[in-house]
Ligand binder design. Structure first.
Ligand code: FES
Ligand code: FES
Length: 175
């Protein structure tokens, strides 16, 4: 059901048919889990997941940078996979589990970012931690190349990436 709806939304968004989106939104119900809590959003299913999280749930750890899928500042987990919430519609999350930076339980990873100096302005940090967490869940001992690949969708303007990669390495025991 959710896949059919999301395909519809994307098609409608691509054709910019706002009236159809509005009608579809009224008749479509979404329920999802966010950080372990069941939610039935007030927002329309055609709302960007990023806006729902920040505006309705006030989960402002998820940031908007580019709004175009280029920077990774808006990264969240959907069913354990790291996705750009600026490109994901609420309607695509029906029946799924969303985890934001507020719901990431990874004290070692947080500490490693702090200790290696991987955080400067901090704007990109939630997105990097979400991506790193998703990697480590699937692959607890990644190589440096695998870490770089997993973080390749995240941009940082401050650190030069070296310390961010070091932080993730530290958690793997290789750093
Ligand atoms: S704000 Fe989503 S990728 Fe940049
Ligand atoms: S720490 Fe500033 S953008 Fe990454």
């Amino acid at each position: 059901m959710s896949i059919i709806l999301s395909t519809e939304f994307i098609k409608l968004l691509m054709t910019d048919n706002k009236n159809k989106i509005k009608n579809l939104s009224v008749s479509s119900e979404v329920s999802l889990s966010v950080n372990g809590m069941s939610r039935t959003p007030k927002a329309s299913p055609s709302t960007r997941l990023l806006d729902y999280l920040r505006d309705e749930l006030k989960l402002t750890g998820t940031k908007e940078g580019c709004g175009e899928g280029e920077c990774g500042a808006c990264m969240v987990l959907v069913d354990g996979k790291a996705v750009n919430s600026c490109l994901f519609l609420l309607g695509q999350c029906n029946g799924r589990e969303v985890t934001t930076i507020e719901g990431i339980d990874a004290p070692k990873l947080f500490k490693a970012f702090e200790e290696t100096g991987a955080v400067q302005c901090g704007f990109c940090t939630p997105g990097f931690i979400v991506s790193a967490y998703a990697l480590l869940q699937q692959n607890p001992h990644p190589t440096v190349a695998e870490i770089k690949e997993a973080l390749s969708g995240n941009l940082c303007r401050c650190t030069g990436y070296k310390k961010i990669v070091e932080a993730v390495e530290k958690v793997t025991g290789n750093g």
